[in-house]
Design a protein around this ligand. Structure first.
Ligand code: SF4
Ligand code: SF4
Length: 112
């Protein structure tokens, strides 16, 4: 069992989740975060912290299509353990649809 990040995180990246994760298993892309499924201990504390509700348990039917993305990019993006600067336009994208198709970037973030 693990939790995963869905496309709702893209261009929001509030990073409240990284502050509460006890095992520091978030990884940072240019405009979203992912969770390393093998490192997540399934504690669930990050889920209610995420403003756009981007974090789901992998038991959720919606989670399945994002599991590979979390797995793949947590291997190549840098680890992030502290909240960085939130994009100034994050709220503008909070309810945007089809964020993966429109805005996903495979580029790594800076990590911390
Ligand atoms: S709190 Fe949610 S939106 Fe913010 S970085 Fe974490 S997963 Fe993404
Ligand atoms: S469920 Fe717990 S261990 Fe997994 S990412 Fe969230 S806070 Fe970290």
């Amino acid at each position: 069992m693990t939790y995963i990040v869905t496309e709702a995180c893209i261009k929001c990246k509030y990073m409240d989740c990284v502050e509460v994760c006890p095992v520091d298993c978030f990884y940072e892309g240019a405009n979203m975060l992912v969770i390393h499924p093998d490192e997540c201990i399934d504690c669930g504390v990050c889920e209610p912290e995420c403003p756009p509700e981007a974090i789901l348990p992998d038991s959720d039917p919606e989670a399945e299509k994002w599991l590979e993305l979390n797995k793949d990019y947590s291997e190549s993006w840098p680890n992030i353990t502290r909240k960085g600067e939130v994009p100034t336009d994050a709220d503008d994208y909070r309810d945007a649809k089809d964020k993966f198709e429109k805005f996903f970037s495979a580029d790594p973030g800076q990590g911390s």
